[in-house]
Design a protein around this ligand. Structure first.
Ligand SMILES: [Zn+2]
Length: 204
């Protein structure tokens, strides 16, 4: 039994651990446990994992309309005829779309940017799906654009860029309000959250 990935003496094991531990939320310890699990028994777990990964690679791509993940040309949101096509929500990643859907409050469609502006890391508008967003907006079918990028410095910068892009083609451009967390108490909030909550106040 090896204790340390660097001392397993098995290059294939070390390599698999290295690959797995690059994934978000997986440290080296977790990666080691996963490998130990996979190597146990007759190899059927490895077979199933390989099959699942191969299916992922073969079948999952991005939606031609919104860039959400999709099996096939369009994602399940874009194929839903009950969606309000005049309401468009811009998010950074497919996971953000899923979070919105989980809340079950939004009945429009989405545009997934594929990240957020971050000039220091070389991510400008060309690295995101801004051009296809511009084209969607210019088609004139969108009445309201809801900007739901994350409340971070880069998410804010991205929101401003998107708002500018929409300025001439969309009647109403909105941004998700910065809420106070439910169950939270004012005295424990950081200043910027409280400031944004006050700025975003609405009629009672
Ligand atoms: Zn779609």
């Amino acid at each position: 039994m090896y204790q340390d990935a660097t001392r397993s003496g098995l290059p294939s094991v070390d390599k698999a651990i290295l690959v797995l531990s690059r994934m978000p939320g997986i440290g080296r310890k977790s990666a080691q446990r996963m490998i130990q699990f996979l190597l146990r028994g007759d190899g059927s777990e490895i077979g199933q994992l390989l099959q699942a990964l191969d299916d992922l690679r073969q079948r999952v791509g991005v939606c031609v309309d919104c860039h959400n993940l999709a099996e096939g040309e369009r994602c399940w949101v874009c194929m839903d005829p009950l969606r309000n096509a005049s309401l468009l929500c811009v998010v950074e990643e497919p996971a953000d779309l899923l979070a919105m859907e989980k809340a079950n409050i939004f009945r429009g469609r989405y545009h997934v940017l594929g990240g957020r502006l971050n000039p220091l890391s070389g991510i400008g508008p060309e690295q995101l799906r801004m051009e296809s967003l511009r084209q969607r907006l210019q088609s004139g079918s969108v009445d309201e654009l809801v900007i739901a990028t994350n409340p971070t410095v880069e998410g804010e910068a991205t929101a401003h860029y998107v708002a500018q892009l929409a300025q001439t083609s969309v009647a109403r451009v909105t941004r998700l309000a910065y809420g106070l967390p439910m169950g939270g108490e004012l005295e424990y909030l950081d200043e910027s959250t409280l400031y944004q909550a006050l700025e975003g106040r609405r009629q009672f």
